[in-house]
Design a protein around this ligand. Structure first.
Ligand code: GLY
Length: 351
């Protein structure tokens, strides 16, 4: 097992390794000694595989509670789902010292985190990511949200989990396409911070060692989040590939996954940056090659006008400026504020 400590305002550990789910109840008891009841939120793809094991562990530790199952996928990450979940928690008579748990991918984690942030003005929650994407990104750092019709993650809060348990056994049951999508966030981390990781992924492909690579990505994210918990500065780096990626995801009506969309966003920004001399031509060449090795897309045929409309409603925009994250070389990126009027031409150069 590998532990990554996250030293934010309410510090917590991320534990990564095989077989950890069996110890969930003991961990929950130790971290939340006043908790009596729990609400375990999951989806209909993950729940049948892992919810009973999680509930058994919680029950064996003397907690009682309920499992709440949502349809899997981004379509469940809505304000309507949030309200239904909160009403369910109220019907279950959860109190302020009780515990929410999110078992699943980004949808379950983001939605449950937001429910925990607002239920009774804030209760503890534990993240149990079962997808690679959630393990390396969304379960760590306390960003919680649901989507609004105007865009992704437009309603949310910062609310740090009490603990993140990443049982790598759960990754073994992931459908191939969902694992592949998560690899996009791993590749993003490598481009941002870690050329050695980039080389390791180039050599090992999808056979990379799960525990050590997840721990390495979480440690990079921890460093950024510890420095900029509320996303007012350096944390923006984590959005590499996401400004265009979110637009691709929305314009595809979520037929492209978050990870696939980020892959496209990452590839486009690297090509555009090479065109402008912000990075060398080796960067898009190597990034495209690695994404393709992982079976991830590097291009989209969605018209740029449609993508621009979505990008302009993205919350990362400040006034007339979009803060783009641009690579300088593999392992080093920076924020480049760009007038919205210029973004069209810039993106066109990378498409
Ligand atoms: N997923 C980006 C962040 O946590 O800031």
């Amino acid at each position: 097992m590998t532990t990554v400590h996250v030293p934010v305002s309410a510090p917590y550990d991320v534990e990564i390794g095989p077989g950890l789910l069996a110890g969930l109840g003991a961990k929950a008891r130790a971290l939340c000694p006043r908790a009596v009841r729990y609400l375990l939120v999951t989806d209909d793809a993950v729940g049948p595989l892992w919810a009973q094991k999680a509930a058994d562990s919680l029950n064996a530790a003397g907690l009682t509670g309920a499992v709440y199952t949502l349809p899997h996928g981004e379509a469940s990450k809505t304000a309507d789902s949030l309200l239904k979940l909160l009403n369910f928690a109220a019907d279950q008579h959860l109190t302020r010292t009780d515990l929410f748990l999110a078992l699943g991918g980004g949808m379950a984690g983001d939605l449950t985190g937001l429910a925990a942030a607002v239920f009774l003005r804030g209760v503890a929650y534990i993240q149990i990511p079962t997808t690679l994407l959630a393990a390396v990104d969304s379960s760590v750092g306390g960003k919680t949200a649901v989507d609004l019709p105007a865009g992704k993650n437009l309603m949310g809060a910062f609310w740090q989990p009490k603990y993140v348990l990443c049982d790598t056994d759960a990754l073994a049951t992931l459908p191939e396409d969902i694992f592949t999508a998560g690899c996009a966030e791993v590749i993003k981390t490598a481009v941002l911070f870690d050329e050695e990781l980039f080389e390791l992924l180039s050599a090992d492909g999808k056979g990379f060692d799960r525990e050590s690579v997840i721990a390495r990505c979480v440690a990079w994210k921890r460093d950024v989040v510890a420095e900029d918990e509320r996303d007012t500065g350096r944390r923006a780096l984590l959005n590499l590939g996401h400004t265009l990626g979110h637009a691709v995801e929305a314009c595809s009506n979520f037929t492209l996954s978050h990870g696939e969309s980020v892959a496209v966003g990452l590839a486009v920004i690297c090509r555009a940056c090479a065109e402008r001399g912000i990075c060398g031509p080796d960067v898009p060449y190597r990034v495209d090659a690695l994404l393709e090795k992982f079976g991830l897309p590097t291009r989209t045929d969605i018209p740029l006008d449609a993508l621009m409309e979505k990008m302009l409603s993205d919350k990362k925009r400040t006034g007339g400026t979009i803060n783009l994250i641009v690579p300088e070389w593999i392992g080093s990126c920076r924020v480049l504020p760009m007038d919205t009027g210029e973004v069209y031409d810039f993106m066109r150069e990378g498409l």
